[in-house]
Design a protein around this ligand. Structure first.
Ligand SMILES: [Zn+2]
Length: 351
């Protein structure tokens, strides 16, 4: 790009400009995602982090927005930040030229202005999961109050756009633009996959949000005593029940939990002498859920904590445990029932 944009410089300058522009693009993407993350955090949506990957970046939310307005502002923040940065860099580039600064500086700033402008505009395309698709979904959601319907339409637009990119990519490859075509093809595949995943997530949310944890939990979990040796824990529990995680109970009191990873960290010769109570993890608020809470909230909590299991407690009394595997099983079952009784037909069918 640079020999075409700023002709007449030495080869070393072009290399330096290329490296500077690459770093600048990376920072521009971080800037875009940070804008999403800050607005999300402002509206109380917990953020898990910002991940950069080959197609750009993503600000990962630990939960979905609860209101259309929150989602709209959060989605718009990224493109707005990119477009503002584009204007700023464009001004900087013009000022550098006017002040007689080296052509390389104006060239890099001008190119980054262009990239940020493209980043802002591309992301405004109303195809879920692009930001524009999230804005579209938020608008439809606000209009009819039906998140699932809004997601279905916005994800449909995402699938159409992804398919268009795939076709354009194939045409590009056939016409000899191999790298550009392959790139469009891969981005199209990515957009398609993300569109169908987000629709699945919304269906899961509706199905699970209607079910209390008490209905899907295992009400009779196998528990271990803190006095049990790590050796006996493996011999009598892990191998016998094929679970990798157990609540640790002292009489009626839940003390914590023990997972095979914690026990394995202990040197093997010590297994017969060390009780489970010494290797267990004490119970924290992250590990606990109340029986009335809905299963979707439970799933979000598991994803946030990363344990994949929660202890169901009421007033300190163990009522059961619930795992992400239980929730996925329920989801599969609900989807079978749902497919048999499509709610779109508007008939009420007793279960
Ligand atoms: Zn974005």
């Amino acid at each position: 790009m640079f020999p075409a944009l700023s002709p007449g410089l030495a080869a070393a300058s072009y290399w330096t400009m290329g490296i500077a522009a690459t770093g600048g693009l990376l920072l521009s993407i971080v800037f875009h995602e940070t804008a999403h993350a800050l607005v999300a955090r402002h509206y109380g949506i917990p953020m898990r982090g910002i991940t950069l990957f080959i197609f750009g970046g993503v600000a990962e939310m630990a939960a979905e927005p609860r209101r259309p307005r929150d989602e709209l502002l959060m989605a718009a923040a990224g493109p707005a930040a990119s477009l503002a940065l584009a204007v700023l860099l464009d001004g900087l580039s013009a000022a550098a030229l006017a002040a007689g600064a080296p052509a390389a500086i104006a060239g890099v700033a001008g190119y980054l202005a262009l990239l940020n402008g493209m980043l802002g505009i591309f992301n405004l395309i109303p195809a879920f999961p692009l930001d524009g698709g999230r804005i579209l979904r938020a608008a439809l959601w606000a209009w009819r109050g039906d998140l699932e319907w809004a997601t279905r339409l916005a994800a449909g637009a995402g699938t159409a756009f992804g398919t268009l990119l795939i076709v354009l990519g194939l045409i590009g490859v056939l016409e000899g633009d191999f790298i550009g075509g392959l790139w469009r093809f891969l981005i199209g595949l990515f957009v398609n996959a993300a569109a169908s995943a987000s629709y699945g997530e919304t269906v899961a949310r509706r199905l699970l949000a209607a079910i209390p944890v008490s209905r899907v939990m295992n009400p009779d979990p196998i528990t271990v005593s803190p006095q049990l040796s790590v050796q006996a824990f493996f011999d009598d529990y892990v191998y016998r029940y094929h679970h990798r995680w157990f609540p640790v109970m002292d009489g009626p009191t839940v003390l914590g939990s023990v997972a095979t990873q914690q026990a394995v960290a202990l040197e093997r010769s010590l297994w017969p002498g060390v009780p489970v109570g010494e290797v267990m993890r004490p119970l924290t608020a992250e590990d606990v859920i109340e029986p009335e809470t809905d299963a979707y909230t439970a799933l979000q909590k598991m994803r946030g904590g990363g344990a994949g299991r929660l202890v169901v407690l009421r007033d300190g009394v163990l009522l059961g445990i619930v795992s992400s595997r239980d929730l996925l099983g329920v989801l599969a079952l609900e989807q079978v029932l749902h497919d048999r009784m499509p709610r779109d037909r508007g008939r009420v069918v007793p279960r």
